[in-house]
Design a protein around this ligand. Structure first.
Ligand SMILES: [Zn+2]
Length: 287
């Protein structure tokens, strides 16, 4: 029975991934996601339905447009496979519960935002704002395990139902995430006189906070800058070896580098969904 659900979610993920590709290509350019139908970005030819089957068509056409033979980005099958894998993983992790539905929606939004930020540097509010609302709404029927808030509320004698605690936790997660990065960005502006993060980043971390609740959001706040720094160091090492110039300091690198920080927030949030609970348990086992 589980296998049937897993296969169904994989196929559903492919279909949603295919739709996500349309969103990624069009929303940052303010184009309609409904009309016209799928077109080749190079020659503008309409894509036939049988050339529009997720992953399969891309493989059969060897990553080229049937009409003009121009390359079709690897992003198309990658987004489809990633979405399908994440949908299936949600079911494997959370079983036939509302958590699976909640985290499938969250994964869909995160994959979309990750690729939009990577390609255009934009985190469209068409995704983040409804995401915040959905995160808060789903906290009522699918609480993220956040013992911290529960403990705190009970310690202060608040008599709230599980759903109410979960909603408070979701709201605190959103505010804490956005608040932390807003403060960090303000500090950066004061020191470096440059804008480090934008409104899109704050909306994205607020969305993650609403879906994840406070405890897992703390992991994202910690993890995202770590991955971003590792990425910057790798880029710096490669840049240095190519140019034969070892003088480029990390500071200069970070200063000249336009950080697609939304990519790292999205990736960290996905990691938190599946491994956040285990990481917290491991961390708390030291106390
Ligand atoms: Zn074409």
């Amino acid at each position: 029975m589980d296998l049937i659900f897993e296969c169904a979610l994989f196929i559903l993920g492919l279909v949603f991934g295919s739709f996500l590709n349309v969103c990624i290509s069009r929303i940052p350019r303010d184009l309609s996601i409904i009309t016209p139908g799928s077109q080749c970005p190079t020659c503008g030819a309409s894509i036939r339905w049988h050339d529009n089957i997720p992953v399969l068509s891309w493989v059969l056409l060897r990553g080229r447009c049937r009409d003009c033979r121009d390359r079709v980005s690897l992003r198309y099958p990658a987004v489809e496979l990633l979405t399908a894998t994440l949908f299936t993983a949600c079911y494997v992790w959370f079983g036939p519960t509302w958590l699976t539905v909640k985290f499938c929606i969250f994964s869909f939004l995160l994959v979309g935002l990750l690729f939009m930020d990577a390609e255009t540097g934009l985190l469209p509010r068409e995704f983040t704002y409804p995401g915040i609302v959905l995160g808060l709404a789903f906290s009522l029927i699918a609480p993220a395990a956040s013992s911290g808030t529960q403990f705190f509320l009970h310690a202060y004698g608040a008599h709230l139902s599980t759903a109410q605690v979960s909603l408070v936790d979701s709201a605190i997660g959103a505010l804490a995430g956005a608040g932390f990065f807003f403060a960090a960005s303000g500090l950066y502006l004061l020191i470096r006189k440059r804008q480090g993060m934008g409104t899109g980043d704050f909306a994205l971390i607020a969305m993650s906070g609403a879906f994840l609740g406070l405890t897992l959001t703390l992991l994202v706040i910690f993890l995202a800058p770590v991955i971003a720094t590792v990425y910057a160091l790798i880029r710096m090492a490669r840049h240095g070896s190519h140019a034969g110039n070892a003088k480029t300091s990390l500071g200069e690198m970070l200063q000249s580098w336009e950080v697609p920080f939304g990519v790292f927030i999205s990736a960290s949030s996905l990691a938190a969904v599946f491994f956040g609970g285990a990481v917290w348990q491991w961390y708390l086992s030291f106390f």
